[in-house]
Design a protein. Structure first.
Length: 288
């Protein structure tokens, strides 16, 4: 069995192309990036020069696929008209930037219903996505709904809810799922036990289907099972431990799915970058 393509979220500080240099240093086969400052609503449009430099840097690095993650300010489920329309406009920019850069996937959080109710929130997300997909009809980009921990009024914390959201989408083939190991564990899926891992896989296949899974975020969890708290930890250093990551990496159903670290940045006691440490740990779990 081949090792799945592994990588990490990389900074774009001082220029988008530098994400590939950082990814190479960490030993990434694939990377995830923000295509803009994640703390600001608006971004300067990408120039032709920036787009060309990005594509050249990717080609030289051999890193693929690149996955974009939308900024966290966006809430497509918001019941507040001003925030809702502001979120749609910002998400349209996210889609445009990813498409310009030739990025195949844009990961996003479905949002928070803010007390308006889950079904109401899901329908607002679907309404926004249907509008965006229609406006961007010629885009090749796929939009990946990320599983969440269900903190507060977050949507997308179980597979039933994701299936419900997708049932409202008019062009479901342009959608996909990004599964986050920390998030689903915090949401109550016991992937820390083998029986729970298998039950989770069966539920995903039954409710969503494996073709919908396009990316996986590999994160251990600081909080315990069903905590509904989203706090990432280094691989093997949290409540999940190493075994679940071994099951994931050696699952033939997931062999072609890019797997991305979103673990805390920093260095270990010996000064080694933690992305390097975590990637080495993961590759060491793959059976020969």
């Amino acid at each position: 069995m081949e090792i799945p393509r592994l990588g990490a979220h990389m900074s774009i500080a001082k220029g988008l192309p530098l994400a590939f240099e950082r990814g190479q240093r960490a030993g990434c086969d694939t990377i995830q990036i923000f295509t803009r400052n994640s703390n600001q609503w608006r971004a300067k449009p990408l120039s032709d020069k920036q787009v060309t430099a990005f594509k050249q840097a990717q080609a030289a690095s051999g890193i693929a696929p690149v996955i974009a993650h939308s900024i966290y300010l966006i809430n497509l489920a918001s019941p507040q008209p001003e925030l809702y329309h502001k979120s749609i406009a910002a998400f349209r920019e996210e889609m445009q930037r990813a498409e310009q850069l030739g990025i195949p996937y844009l990961v996003f959080h479905p949002g928070s219903h803010m007390g308006a109710g889950e079904d109401n929130g899901l329908r607002r997300v679907a309404q926004a996505l249907n509008e965006l997909l229609m406006r961007c009809q010629d885009f090749r980009l796929q939009l990946l709904i990320e599983t969440t921990a269900g903190q507060g009024t977050q949507l997308g914390y179980n597979f039933e809810q994701l299936a419900q959201l997708l049932s409202y989408i008019e062009q479901p083939r342009r959608m996909g799922i990004c599964l986050d190991t920390c998030h689903i564990y915090a949401a109550g899926y016991d992937i820390g036990a083998y029986e729970g891992y298998q039950a989770t896989a069966e539920a995903f296949e039954r409710l969503l289907g494996w073709p919908m899974l396009k990316a996986i975020h590999l994160n251990d969890s600081k909080p315990s099972l069903d905590s509904r708290v989203d706090r990432h930890q280094h691989i093997g250093a949290g409540a999940l431990g190493l075994e679940p990551f071994s099951w994931l990496l050696n699952d033939p159903r997931l062999q072609d799915i890019p797997m991305i670290l979103e673990t805390p940045k920093g260095v270990d006691a010996g000064g080694v970058d933690m992305d390097i440490v975590n990637l080495r740990t993961l590759r060491g779990l793959v059976s020969p």
